[in-house]
Every structure is written in C-alpha cells, then in structure tokens.
Design a protein around this ligand. Structure first.
Ligand SMILES: [Zn+2]
Length: 387
C-alpha cells in the first residue's frame, strides 16, 4: 500500500501530530480518533517506527484483556542546536525536541558586535556542546532567534537600527553549509512568546508575549502558531507612538514607546544617578532604590498604554512579559495597572498577566518548540516517509 497522501488526516504525519497533541495513546485510542482499520493503523505506525519517531511508554491496564501498550511521539531521540542573538549577548544550547537542555553557553558581547565573529562563536560552541553530550549524530535542525525582522525567503536579517552591522546578514546559509541540517530563524519577541506558550504546556488560548530588554517587542501565539503577519513585523509594538512624547527613536521617528520605556531608555533616564547598564538597573531595583523603582514602574506604565490596545485587539487569555527589564516587579505592576485601566472591559474577563518564568531561557525554549513543530510537522514527516 502506498504511503498516505501528504495532508491526509490519517497519514503517518498526522498520527504523529495526534500523539504529540494528546499522547500517550493506545492503538485502540488511535483507531477511535482516526477511524482507520487496524491493518492500516499498523502500517502507519510501522512508518513512524522506521523513522524513529515513535516510542513505547508503558502499558495501560485494560479490563479483562492484556494491558495495552501506550505509544508516544519520540521527541527525545533527535537533537537540535538553538541559539539566541541579542544586542549584548549570544547564547547557544543543545536540546532534544521536547526542549530538554543538554548543555548551554552564554557569552556577553560588546555593543556593535560583528556578525562573522558571533556566528562563528555560535557554530564552534554548538559543535562542542553536541560532542560533549554525545549527540552529534542525532542533530536534526538549527534554530536561531534574532532581534528585528527576518526575510524568511532569503534567510537574512532586517536588523533593528541599533544593530546596523547585522542589516542584511545571511543567517541561514552559514549554518546550513556547516551543519547540513535545516535552519529556522525567528524574531526574538516571537520566540519569547512561543517559549512562554511552551512553558505553560501549550494552552489552547491566545497568548501575547512582550519582551522588554534593550528594546521593546511583542509576539503573538494564536491557535498554537506564531502570528508573524504579512511582512513579518506583527507585534512591533516598540514603535507605536506615545501621545505627547517627542523623543527621537533609533528607528528615525519621534515619540515611539521604545524611545522612552525600553531598557536603553531606562538606563539613560537613570544615568545621572550613576546607572550605566541593565545590570545596574536590576541591582538597584532589587535593592529598592526609590528612583530606580519609580523609573522602572513608569516604563511599565508606558508599555502598558500600548499593550492595552493590543489586548483589546487580540483579546488574549495570557500576557507574558520577559526580558531583563520586563520581569522586574515594578515594571510589571505599572504595566498591569495601565492595561487593566485601559483595555476594553470584556477583554479583561479572563486576562492573566505575568512574567516569563524561565527568565532569559524562555527565548531558547521558544526556539526549541518552534524547531520541534517544524521537524515533526505532518508534511515534513510524510515527506520523510515517502523517501
Ligand atoms: Zn521607533
């Protein structure tokens, strides 16, 4: 019998999707969900077995007969490298498709860091991590989060103005050439939003993720997928204008919320008190320094004015805030206060606003989740099965 047509709701790829979504399941439960005959189901499962995408995870007691085998998607046998480039850091980790981290390296970077050096750091450190974990042979994909927009057709960055060295840099080709695996790129705020969604065990609800680090960005997860928009700039909330502000933003316009409420702006406002870096802000806010707490809360309130509109339009269940500045309690308090006062009343009924719990690692969790969704997508699996 030929493999099921790609896109068929009963193809091997779709059975894997059911197992990822609802598993572990018994053969009988899979039959009930797909309506397939026993013989056809066995053929599909054989395909998944051959591709090393299936694993048995114990038995389920059944009344009278033999205990039934429980089947699950094998998301632990393959390995991915996932990276995150920021304005002042680069991180790389080796993970399985469930997001379990085998090893991770984070390196601080100077402002204006050069693409060639940063990319070769990611590649060298990534190879080392694979070797240390003994998983070089199971590498199946590389995922990378970067600030700014991405041209997904060419695999190049459309970097933010503050990272001009990165404008138009080819990100996909160097890793495809060096590692011979598919490479997936994602905007950092989208990756953060997807990471928050994965941290919560993929709830069936819309989620908005907001990243407030050096800059400000947001991502949306709707029906289990990142909403990128037509040109990949959905969620660029940092460049929404705040009424009454005339400060110049690094995008060239005036009055953007990024210009007055990003990490960069908070550092600038606190400079007369001796603050020089995001770490200084964190230290002072944690120590309860009144001026640092006040400025951070005010930044949260300003981002809250923008987010109130986003919440009214998207009507999410969850808002998760990440980034070095975004997770600070005064920032969150200011943001929450203004969103609750400003968003449409009905959109607040089931709204849950909170910080990303994994801190800086939420972005990597998001990249790992996005890579898993690509590698294990029904279409990808059915294409592998047809080879
Ligand atoms: Zn701007």
């Amino acid at each position: 019998m030929p493999p099921a047509r790609t896109g068929s709701p009963t193809s091997a790829g779709h059975i894997l999707a059911i197992l990822r979504d609802e598993g572990p399941l018994t053969r009988q439960q899979l039959q009930d969900r797909t309506g397939l005959s026993r013989a056809t189901l066995v053929e599909r499962l054989d395909v998944l077995q051959r591709l090393k995408l299936l694993r048995q995870v114990g038995h389920r007691a059944s009344s009278g007969g033999r205990p039934a085998e429980m089947l699950a998607a094998d998301d632990v046998g393959r390995t991915a490298l996932v990276g995150d480039i920021g304005q002042r850091h680069a991180t790389i980790a080796a993970v399985d498709l469930r997001g379990t981290v085998f090893g991770q390296v984070r390196r601080p970077l100077p402002a204006g860091h050069r693409p060639a050096e940063t990319l070769s750091f990611l590649l060298d450190a990534g190879r080392r991590l694979l070797a240390e974990a003994g998983r070089a042979d199971s590498l199946c994909a590389f995922g990378l989060s970067v600030p700014g927009q991405i041209d997904h057709d060419t695999g190049t960055t459309i970097a933010p103005p503050s990272m001009s060295e990165w404008r138009g840099v080819r990100l996909r080709d160097p890793f495809t050439d060096a590692l011979s695996v598919p490479v997936f790129l994602e905007n950092d705020a989208n990756a953060l939003a997807f990471g928050a969604y994965c941290e919560m065990n993929r709830p069936r609800a819309a989620l908005v993720g907001v990243k407030v680090g050096t800059g400000i960005g947001a991502g949306m997860v709707i029906s289990g997928r990142v909403h990128r928009g037509e040109t990949g700039c959905a969620g660029e909330v940092g460049h929404i204008r705040i009424e009454g502000s005339d400060l110049r933003c690094d995008c060239g316009r005036r009055g953007c919320v990024s210009a007055i409420a990003s990490g960069q702006a908070v550092i600038r406002t606190l400079r007369p008190t001796g603050v020089r870096s995001a770490e200084d802000v964190l230290r002072r806010v944690r120590a309860g320094h009144p001026e640092a707490v006040r400025v951070t809360r005010e930044a949260g309130r300003l981002v809250g004015t923008v987010l109130a509109t986003v919440v009214t339009i998207v009507n999410p269940r969850y808002v998760r805030v990440g980034g070095a500045i975004g997770v600070l309690p005064p920032f969150l308090e200011g943001l929450r206060e203004v969103v609750l006062a400003g968003a449409h009343t009905s959109s607040l009924d089931s709204l849950d606003i909170g910080p990303c719990t994994l801190g800086v690692d939420t972005t990597l969790t998001g990249v790992a989740g996005l890579v898993a969704d690509e590698v294990l997508a029904p279409e990808t699996v059915d294409a592998m099965a047809a080879l």
